[in-house]
Design a protein around this ligand. Structure first.
Ligand code: ADP
Ligand code: ZN
Ligand code: ZN
Length: 842
């Protein structure tokens, strides 16, 4: 017989001490362990935020990653100070994903958390000053200086001052001395306070006090009592009109916005206040959404899929039975979005969450309009132009289940999904899915695939011009491939024409940067009341200016680049560090006034167009015209509604936008795109040309594309004209295999940065040598200064490491790289060194 233990009911085993590993929002290489006070042991949850002390004073909020019973062996664990969240704000799959990102992209969990959490969720303490509790002016024995009196006076008005506020009172210079003196004289104390940064949006409302709503008789009596108080009666009548509670008393509960009464010019403000004071009206606050609720006109249904689209959809679903990732290779205008919507709807109906990733904010407006019709208030949007408060609302909305579908740019991969079942990565080839700075230097497409893994979800990648890596995974059978090679409805792909600008300019026929052909076709298009998109890969007026007499070129004082000329602001600007200065009227080197612009950007195109086609309404879409929150949306809407005829822009105009009346697209200078120094140059150029061409000729109107080039005899143009993706792919994949580029190897780029050129080079050489010792000679490339060898006053040197894709070896090599970098940073020979590691650089 088995042994039995009898534990008396009152002899509860002693509770063990619990510890929590927390992720501090700092670039620290490991987690820190804190002791959980006994009274908090039920309240500290994995994924929730707690407050801890770090260092001597700093109090930080951090996310709990693990709760366990092992005390740290190498340091005394401090106690957790406070629990911030009753429920986790970070989900289990998210924590796994964050760890993966940190490991794969070779950064710290703190850096990941920092990138992931909206700033308003990252609380930290702030030092504040208040009067010493025992201080009184009568008993004070210390004479105070005028400055000290100033602080004292301020504290009499306002019980707490932040350091910043106190500093402003004191002109900062002597700030610390004065504060110290006040502390010694026991006039003030300093304490740390956590600032709550998230502020829900609150609307002030009023309603009739409950006493009047129990039955109509009391209400009637109230009206009788106020019979002589005309102004108060007016307010009440207005209230009743806004909130017809006479028909339904329950409505009173919701009240009306106070503002609707106070802003009404026919109502007396003092009458409103009297009613409140006398308890007839009561005030209350309601927390409302920052996102307006869709008009209740629905339910809208998704479009009916065409037979081609429906079979593509079925093929996708079929693949999902055996594969986690499927590529939808569909030409521009084939209706990939409709296929996505159909699949998203199925996922939502089955109760799952869906993430729809887009490469660019410019795209969200159109897509969101299309998705809102179907998913209405279950749809949330997330992008970098949102305010902090808006971001937190989306974050919480996903946690609470309010949003089931999220459309967003790359940072949406950090959102707190708990039951994702489908991820859509639209325009999966887009370079903007990659974050360059700061760490984590992640690619949202790769992160999405990992997210899918942790959630047990499926990923649908979509593109008209897939990345070579993605297509390779389809060719090897690892991922599913579905083709959709007809445009929706009557639409056909546009006709593409090359214009040789050397010949044109030789014949002196060329009007500025526009070939005769392009000008002629633009005029034609505008006559037909159709629209034009012009693409130029540079913003500003001209990439640089140049002195005609001495060849002086203005350079950035912080970076190794020439300054771009921006005509509207009459400035020379650096596109790398933001440095800008007024354009000089004469050459600072020789005094000549003959400063000429060289090359052309979108601003110049717009300028010349105005002279060329004075009747046309032109708008420009680039980084300079889209700084404000809704400017993208406005430009796109104006163009959609045909309030403008020509849209000039940088790559912003090439991506996934869908305009009904565009029948002509012009690519002004194709050559600068093809000759970009990168192993992906051809792939990128093909993608850009095909994508921008794809904006032409939709909804039954045949389109035309004009590509201006100085060298029309290049195979890439043939491929673009014939829409021959496979041709491009086969050439590219063969070269990548031969020269060992992704997807056959992984590349890790290590950038060494130093304020001086010599130590920068020496450090990079030392690093390359150390890496060679650790990993062998093959696969270590460099060091070499990049094309732009100085940015923001730091000289740069790069070492590239090529690694086999084999998993075990990869982990070993990454560890070696991390150690080598750590070593370099510890070295006494190099001070002020910075090192950035970029896995899968793009
Ligand atoms: P893609 O993303 O493949 O370039 P879109 O999804 O933007 O293509 O579709 C191109 C255009 O055709 C859009 O204006 C879209 O509304 C329309 N369209 C595509 N499929 C359908 C459909 N099944 N029903 C109605 N309109 C459709
Ligand atoms: Zn000069
Ligand atoms: Zn600069």
């Amino acid at each position: 017989p088995e042994l039995e233990f009898h534990i008396p009911a009152d002899d509860v085993p002693e509770r063990v001490t619990l510890f929590a590993d927390v992720i501090l929002p700092l670039p620290l290489p490991k987690l820190f362990t804190y002791r959980i006070p006994l009274e908090m042991s039920d309240d500290v949850l994995v994924g929730a935020r707690v407050l801890v002390q770090f260092g001597t004073k700093k109090v930080l909020s951090c996310v709990v990653a693990r709760v366990h019973e092992q005390a740290p062996t190498d340091y005394q664990a401090k106690y957790i100070l406070e629990v911030i969240d009753e429920k986790p704000v970070v989900t289990g799959p998210q924590l796994k994903l964050f760890s993966w990102i940190a490991e794969y992209y070779m950064c710290t969990l703190g850096e990941v958390i920092n990138a992931a959490l909206p700033a308003a969720l990252k609380l930290s303490s702030e030092s504040k000053i208040q009067l010493h509790p025992q201080f009184s002016e009568e008993t004070n024995e210390w004479p105070l200086t005028a400055h000290e009196e100033k602080i004292l006076f301020a504290l009499r008005q306002k019980p707490h001052l932040t350091f910043t506020e106190a500093g402003q009172l004191l002109q900062l210079t002597s700030f610390h001395k004065i504060i110290k003196s006040l502390l010694l004289k026991e006039v003030i104390i300093i304490y740390e306070e956590i600032a709550e940064k998230y502020a829900p949006k609150v609307v002030k409302k009023v309603r009739l006090a409950p006493a009047f709503t129990t039955d109509e008789a009391t209400l009637e009596e109230l009206f009788n009592q106020l019979a002589t108080k005309a102004k108060q009666l007016d307010v009440l009548l207005k209230y009743v009109q806004l909130n017809p509670l006479l028909q339904d008393m329950a409505l009173n509960e919701h009240g009306v916005e106070k503002n609707l009464l106070t802003s009404n010019p026919h109502l007396s403000l003092s009458a409103i206040n009297t009613l409140i004071k006398n308890g007839v009206l009561e005030q209350f606050d309601v927390v409302v959404s920052r996102f307006p609720v869709a008009e209740g006109r629905g339910p809208y249904l998704a479009s009916e899929l065409s037979p081609d689209q429906a079979s593509a959809r079925d093929e996708v679903l079929d693949h999902f039975n055996s594969k986690d990732t499927v590529l939808l290779h569909g030409i521009t205008g084939s209706g990939k979005t409709e296929v996505y919507i159909d699949l998203i709807q199925k996922a939502v109906d089955a109760g799952g969450q869906v993430l729809y990733l887009l490469p660019e904010i410019a795209l969200t407006a159109q897509i969101v309009t299309r998705l809102k019709r179907v998913f209405q208030d279950r749809l949330g949007v997330y992008h970098s132009k949102f305010s902090d408060n808006e971001r937190v609302e989306v974050w919480n909305g996903i946690l609470s289940g309010r949003f089931q579908v999220i459309v967003g740019v790359r940072s949406s991969v950090f959102l707190p999904f708990h039951s994702l079942s489908l991820l859509v990565v639209d325009e999966e080839h887009e370079p903007s899915y990659k974050q360059h700075e700061p760490a984590p230097r992640y690619n949202a497409r790769e992160v999405a695939l990992m997210m899918a893994h942790f959630h047990g979800a499926k990923t649908l990648l979509g593109s008209a011009t897939p990345s070579v890596e993605t297509y390779y995974h389809c060719q090897t059978g690892r991922w599913g491939l579905v083709n959709l090679h007809v445009r929706y409805g009557e639409a056909v792909l546009p006709e593409i024409e090359l214009v040789d600008i050397r010949r044109e300019s030789l014949r002196k026929n060329m009007l500025s940067h526009f070939s005769q052909k392009l000008v002629h076709d633009m005029e034609d298009t505008l006559h037909r009341k159709e629209q034009v998109i012009l693409f130029q890969n540079r913003r500003g007026y001209s990439p640089f200016i140049d002195c005609n007499d001495c060849a002086w070129i203005p350079k950035c004082r912080n970076c190794a680049v020439s300054l771009s000329y921006h005509k509207f602001s009459n400035e020379l600007r650096c596109h790398y560090c933001g440095y800008h200065e007024r354009k000089p009227n004469e050459c600072p080197a020789c005094g000549s006034t003959m400063l000429k612009t060289v090359g052309f950007g979108t601003e110049k195109i717009e300028d010349e167009l105005k002279l060329l086609l004075p009747e046309a309404r032109i708008q420009r879409m680039d980084l300079d015209t889209t700084k404000r929150k809704n400017s993208h949306q406005q430009i796109i809407e104006d163009f959609e509604q045909q309030r403008t005829n020509i849209l000039v822009g940088t790559q912003m105009v090439t991506k996934g936008l869908d305009f009904e009346h565009v029948s002509l697209v012009g690519i002004l200078s194709a050559d600068s795109i093809i000759h970009f120094p990168d192993y992906r140059a051809h792939e990128r150029a093909y993608q850009l040309f095909v994508q921008v061409s794809g904006r032409a000729g939709r909804k039954g109107k045949p389109g035309k594309v004009i590509i201006q080039t100085a060298n029309p005899n290049q195979t890439i143009f043939e491929r673009v004209i014939e829409n021959n993706y496979l041709g491009l792919y086969e050439q590219e994949i063969a070269e990548r295999q031969k020269f060992r580029y992704p997807p056959f190897v992984r590349i890790i780029k290590i950038t060494v940065k130093h304020p001086e050129a010599k130590p920068c080079e020496a450090a990079a050489i030392a690093l390359a040598k150390d890496l060679t010792d650790r990993l062998g000679r093959t696969g270590i490339l460099g060091p070499e200064p990049p094309h732009i060898f100085k940015i923001r006053n730091l000289f740069l040197q790069e070492v590239h490491v090529k690694l086999d894709r084999d998993g075990g070896r990869l982990r070993f090599s990454k560890n070696q790289i991390q150690e080598a970098v750590f070593h370099l940073l510890q070295s006494k020979d190099f001070k002020n060194l910075r090192v950035a590691i970029d896995v899968d650089p793009a």
